[in-house]
Structures are given as C-alpha cells and as structure tokens.
Design a protein around this ligand. Structure first.
Ligand code: ZN
Length: 440
C-alpha cells in the first residue's frame, strides 16, 4: 500500500476513518490516568505503553547533564499526597486526580490551619468545579490544586498535609522511533509527553503521532526518513537537540503535534522563516480544510526550541484551537470527553495529507504538450458524466497544463485552487497512460 492510496482510501470512506478516531481515543484513555511530569516514572510508563506498538528507543539522560543553557533536573516521583481533615477524611487526594498535586511539589508532612495552607492552594474562581494544572519545576515549592467550590466549603481546620514525593538524582527520559526512507533526509514528528491527566494537551498529540508512525511503517517505501520524538516539553527537546548535532543537518521538514482534539478548527503555526516546504504543505492542507494558518511566535510548544536561531530548523506546529485559547486548557476539564474521536481523526487525516504533499509533490514533464492529448482514446476520459468525474478530468487538465518541468503539483494546486491529493491522483493516472513523466 502506498501513502497516496491510504490518503485516498480515508478520504473516500473506503477505509474507516471514524474507527481510527475511536482507536486513537482508546489509546488516550489508556494513557490518561498516568501521572506524567518532565521526569520520573510517569514518562517511563507512558513510553512503555507506546513501545507496545512501536520499536521505541528509550533514551536516558542523567540528572545534572548540561544541555546548552539548561541542566537536566533531578527526577520527581510521587507515592502519595493529600490534605485530610480532623476525622482523617482526605479532602484533597492525589489518588483521585493527579492534577490535585502541583507537579514537582517537594515533600511535606505538617499539620496546618486553612490560613496557613491557603498560600499553597490553587483554584479557578471563575470555573469553580475545575481543578487547575500547576507546576513548579524549577522553583522548589509545593502545592495543591482543587475546585474553588471545594475550597469554599473547607473550615479553618487544622488539616494533615502530606506530600510524599521524592526529588532526587535520576534521569530524563525520552523516546525515539526512526523509520528509514529512500533518502537519509528526515522528517521530524514531535509530541511532548510531560503532562499528567490532560487529554488534549498532550495525549492527542501522542495518539496521532503514534498512529502516524504505524501508518508510515506499513508503507512499502518512503521518500524520507521519519523520526518520531516523544520527549518532555522544553527540557526534553533541548536535551535531544544537544545530543543530535549529527541529525540536525538532515532535517528537511518537521511538525510539532499537540492539541489535536477539541471543537475548534485546525490551526497551523508557521516556522520562524515562514516559507519553508513544510509551511507550504501544511498551509495548503489546513486552508483546504477550513482551518487557520498563523505566523510564527516565540511562545508555545517545542517548535520554539527547534526554530531557535542556533538550530533554525523547518518545524511548524499543527493543533486545533491553540493552548490558552480555550477555557478547558490546563484544567481538569481537558479530559477524555473534551476530545472527540472524530476531531482527532480529522487531525490525523490532515497530518497524513501534509505528509502526502511532502512525499509526493514533484515536477512533471508533459509528454504530449502540443495541444490537449486525447484522453478518451487512452480510456481515462470518463464516458459517463457526474460531478466527481468532471473533477477528475479537470484535475488531469490542470496537471497537463502546468507540467512544464518547473511547476510542482503543489504549485499547480495553488494556481488551480484545488486539492493537492486530487492532482496527485490525476498525475498518477496520466503517468500510467504515458502522458506524463516525473522529473527527479
Ligand atoms: Zn501544556
């Protein structure tokens, strides 16, 4: 099976896209309960699950390792954490929801009144039933997150406060999966793996990247080599960059995948330079799907590390509504119900269409350039009418009209205002009929 065939089958409904959405949602459901952070058991447990479907190479980098301007932090792990009232009832309990504990909280055992405890409690007064997500990676502190409604029901106490965590030398862990292609030139697909029980940010990116890796692995051939990176945000990508100087010159295209569920439309964020091949491919696909294309900004996810001037890599970002622009972001409301299988499925197909452009965009030479070739005598002009037939004919005419050896299929799609995949299919038909020759 070729990638083009996979894309066409999913687009036509011949292959079951909704079932793929359900499968990706099931993968997210499995990963959801794990308490991830930038280091620790949760990252390893997540990579273990991914390793069931991919030959993932797990890399470990010791705490204290220098990575450019950053140092790999001590490893954080949680045994338990709670706030209990005088009757011993756990009012706030990490075992019920891992967002209750501020990530990287230092160990504490104390008896405290509510007033003493209050500076360590985080709520969202305008969303009184949601638990916020807070971290304190680089500042030694501790805290709990809870619904504001629960905080307002608590009396002065005193309370038993237990944060049974360890912060100690260990390792930073990330996973890599490489699929060789005809060329050693690479496409980087990156998803962060450092968020606890949050579905859209970041399980949707992990699920789509994993599904993509499985799909590309099943191909008989690939133009590019594909490298999948599952690393903790910021420190993980910077550490990876610091250890892969030999890989970086081969990176031709890249995508950060995150926030691929939720009701919003697709949003592509361009690379810093803004007009790289990945920008043109992704902008085409996302715009055709009614999505939005945005310019670069030095904030967001790991695209800001890959695009940093010292690397200047062509890595864009695909999401649906970006971080911070939906109220559920970084709260307990970013749960499995926020991320519908159909939304993740559409995001997946968009990523596949972008890869289709990277793999199959090329220039062609029209072998019958003196007037319109007679398609009917070659059996490729449909004898019955109908909308899709005429679209297919139009696609062939567009390809022939611009197969001048210097205009690529994607260029032609832009001129014609039509879909790349349709032109790619038409080019295949014309090539088989001997009317078109691909150029190297
Ligand atoms: Zn986040």
């Amino acid at each position: 099976m070729t990638l083009a065939r996979q894309v066409d089958a999913l687009r036509s409904g011949e292959q079951d896209l909704p079932a793929l959405g359900e499968a990706m949602h099931a993968a997210m459901t499995r990963l959801y309960p794990i308490c991830r952070s930038i280091t620790g058991d949760g990252v390893r447990a997540t990579l273990d699950v991914l390793a069931e479907s991919l030959d993932l190479e797990r890399r470990s980098v010791p705490s204290g390792t220098q990575a450019f301007d950053w140092t790999v932090t001590d490893e954080w792990n949680v045994r338990d954490a709670y706030i209990a009232d005088r009757q011993g009832r756990r009012v706030v309990d990490f075992q019920r929801h891992n967002l209750h504990l501020v990530s990287y909280s230092a160990p504490v055992r104390a008896t405290m009144t509510l007033s003493e405890l209050r500076p360590h409690l985080h709520t969202l007064p305008d969303r009184p039933d949601w638990i916020p997500y807070r971290t304190t990676y680089y500042n030694r502190d501790w805290g709990f997150c809870l619904p504001d409604r629960l905080l307002r029901s608590m009396d002065e106490g005193p309370y038993e406060v237990v944060v049974d965590t360890t912060i100690a030398p260990g390792e930073l862990t990330y996973g890599e999966f490489v699929l060789p292609g005809d060329s050693t030139d690479e496409v980087l697909i990156s998803a962060h793996v450092c968020h606890p029980s949050l579905a859209n940010d970041n399980l949707s990116g992990i699920a789509v990247a994993t599904q993509l890796a499985c799909a590309l692995r099943s191909l008989e051939s690939r133009r590019y080599t594909y490298r999948f990176l599952f690393a903790p945000g910021t420190i993980g990508s910077i550490t990876w960059l610091s250890r892969n100087a030999d890989v970086l010159p081969r990176l031709r295209h890249g995508l950060v995948l995150t926030g691929l569920g939720g009701p919003g439309r697709l949003v592509y964020k361009r690379t810093r330079r803004g007009e790289r091949s990945i920008d043109r491919a992704a902008a085409h696909v996302v715009a055709r799907r009614g999505g939005e294309v945005r310019g670069y900004s030095p904030y967001g996810y790991d695209e800001r590390q890959f695009n940093a001037i010292g690397f200047d890599l062509p890595v864009g970002r695909l999401s649906r509504t970006p971080h911070g622009e939906y109220p559920e972001y970084h709260t307990s409301a970013d749960d499995l119900s926020f991320v519908a299988p159909a939304e993740v499925a559409e995001s997946y197909l968009a990523v596949l269409e972008i890869i289709d452009v990277l793999e199959n965009d090329r220039r062609y030479e029209n072998l019958s350039p003196h007037g319109e070739p007679q398609l009917g005598k070659r059996g490729i002009y449909p004898t019955t009418g109908g909308k899709s037939a005429s679209d297919a004919v139009m696609a062939m005419l567009w390809v022939l009209a611009y197969a001048d050896g210097s205009t690529s299929l994607l260029d032609t799609a832009a001129v014609a205002g039509v879909d790349f995949a349709g032109l790619r299919a038409a080019a295949g038909t014309l090539e088989a009929a001997g009317l078109l020759a691909p150029l190297p």
